[in-house]
Write a protein that binds this ligand. Structure first.
Ligand code: ZN
Length: 129
């Protein structure tokens, strides 16, 4: 469900969205599958997916065939994609023309750090813009 939230899919767009949970998989015990029709994912969207589904793979299907497989991967830095959870951070001030910049300091945890106030945050504390 967080995957749909990150992609900004509410169901109102009219795309066919199917969600399957606990699908048997050969590589891992089971997996969850989210299928969205007529929606191309930008790299910055798959970057954000890495926060909630670090082991996910994005398959782009064209003409009923997998035309591209993309492993989601945390980028080194999120620029303008995540909000700092610190309300007094300068990146949250409305009058400041600052683009929130959040560094990924540990890809495995994952652990993130605001470049402006140095606040450390986990992926669940980060807020997606
Ligand atoms: Zn901050």
């Amino acid at each position: 469900m967080r995957v749909l939230e990150i992609l900004g899919i509410t169901g109102k767009e009219g795309n066919v969205v199917s969600v399957a949970m606990n699908v048997p998989s050969s590589k891992i015990d089971k997996k969850d599958v989210v299928k969205v029709a007529n929606r191309f994912l930008k790299t910055e969207e798959t970057d954000k997916l890495a926060l909630v589904a670090p082991k996910a793979t994005v398959n782009i299907i064209r003409n009923y065939k997998v035309s591209e497989k993309r492993k989601v991967e945390l980028p080194k830095v999120f620029v303008g994609l995540l909000k700092c959870p610190n309300p007094t951070c300068i990146s949250n001030m409305q009058n400041e023309p600052i683009v929130p910049t959040i560094d990924v300091v540990d890809k495995n945890q994952p652990l993130l750090k605001c470049r402006f106030c140095q606040r450390l945050m986990t992926s669940s504390e980060s807020r997606i813009i």
